[in-house]
Design a protein around this ligand. Structure first.
Ligand code: ZN
Ligand code: ZN
Ligand code: ZN
Ligand code: ZN
Length: 399
């Protein structure tokens, strides 16, 4: 008990001193300050740390270290985690015009202008190395695990050029959680290799165990026969010599079995080789669609890593659109929400066609009608008069 306690304390002091932190020892606790920010982030708690090793302390806000504690696990995985870190950037060759046209059918308009802005979102690549030690062999397996916002992903990086950037300190939020996710995944990834090796070893071990069992059970049987023979000759004979020999055989057998099990045991060690932060492109577009009547701005985005194109929504029903249909009243509409103006026969929408001409009572679009400033009636422009700026503001009745 005491030695466990001392070991943990020793490990903790050594760990923090090697990190470059300041450790002040007192009777029941350690006060740790000047902890590197990287560790504080990894642990998820800011310094100073008052560390205790027994839970009966009356101190407040302390970190208890036991063999099961979170801080101890954090220190251990931080040691694994100090593998080299790398910063990379994915370069994508974007053809915005053809990208948009391949995702959206332009029904009654063309593209007049595209502005795009490029931002980057980080994902993390953890590279692990697993070492299998068994018999006199050593096998190594390297596995890459990609994590984006705490989920494992399987990106296709072939379509990118990869640029290595100067390794400046990059701040990754939730590094620790992402690492935990990756660590679980790598266990799963190596499990088939692990069970393959374990199975081979078990098979050889089973044969050895059988050989030992056969050999010793013959010896034991032999001595039992000797006991029977001796008893027949003299029922009162002292059997202790025989018994002790029998026990010796049995304990030899146990020892040999134990040795064989050790010999065929499998040691697995997985450590982190590198942590790469990979900056992935995300494009935001401002696209201007136009026809002879109107120009409409639409915001779109595209994330090459996931080949994710964000489709625009119908202004009326909010369903995503795979085609661009402009309503005469400047709306972006789907087939269900679009309708024909009863006058010009152009595409308009249910909302714009709510108004009907006060004279003809036909549903007409915003291009065909105007509201008179005097009588406030909505009328076909045929019944309106232009002012000297060319606007239809007054109807013939009110003129
Ligand atoms: Zn719609
Ligand atoms: Zn019209
Ligand atoms: Zn409309
Ligand atoms: Zn009027």
């Amino acid at each position: 008990m005491t030695s466990d306690f001392e070991q943990l304390k020793f490990f903790t002091i050594k760990f923090f001193k090697e990190l470059g932190a300041k450790v002040v020892e007192s009777e029941k606790s350690l006060l740790v300050t000047e902890v590197p920010v990287k560790f504080q982030k990894f642990y998820g708690k800011n310094e100073p740390y008052t560390i205790i090793f027994e839970n009966n302390s009356s101190l407040h806000s302390t970190e208890l270290i036991t063999s099961e504690s979170y801080l101890l696990k954090t220190m251990r995985s931080y040691l694994d985690n100090t593998g080299e870190s790398v910063l990379q950037k994915l370069i994508y060759s974007l053809q915005s015009d053809s990208l948009i046209k391949s995702n959206l059918l332009l029904r009654n308009c063309t593209i007049s202008k595209i502005n795009n802005t490029l931002i980057h979102k980080p994902i993390i690549k953890f590279t692990f190395q697993t070492t299998y030690k068994y018999l006199n062999d050593e096998d190594r397996l390297v596995s890459d695990v990609f994590v984006d916002k705490k989920s494992v992903i399987f990106p296709d990086l072939k379509k990118f050029k990869i640029d290595s950037l100067r390794n400046k300190e990059i701040d990754i939020s939730d590094l620790r959680e992402n690492y935990e996710v990756a660590k679980l995944k790598v266990k799963e990834m190596i499990s088939s290799r692990t069970s393959e090796i374990a199975k081979q070893l078990e098979e050889v071990l089973a044969k050895e165990v059988q050989r030992i069992n056969v050999h010793h059970s013959q010896q034991v049987k032999e001595i039992e026969n000797q006991i029977v023979r001796a008893k027949t000759k003299n029922p009162n004979i002292d059997l202790s010599v025989y018994e002790s020999q029998k026990n010796q055989f049995l304990s030899e057998m146990a020892l040999q079995l134990n040795n064989e099990e050790k010999k065929y045991s499998l040691k697995i060690n997985t450590k982190l080789l590198t942590t790469a932060v990979i900056l992935c492109p995300l494009y935001n577009f401002e696209v201007f669609f136009k026809n002879e009547n109107i120009t409409r701005l639409v915001l779109l985005s595209y994330e090459p890593l996931y080949n994710k194109f964000v489709f625009p929504l119908c202004d009326l029903c909010k369903n995503p659109l795979k085609e661009i249909i402009l309503c005469n009243g400047n709306h972006l509409v789907c087939r269900d929400c679009g309708a024909e103006c009863e006058d010009c026969k152009d595409i308009s929408c249910n909302q714009c066609l709510k108004q009907e001409c006060a004279v003809t009572h036909r549903k007409i679009c915003k291009q065909c009608g105007a509201t008179c400033v005097k009588c406030k009636q909505f009328k076909n422009k045929r019944f309106m008069i232009k002012d000297n700026l060319g606007r239809y503001t007054i109807c013939r009745n009110c003129d």
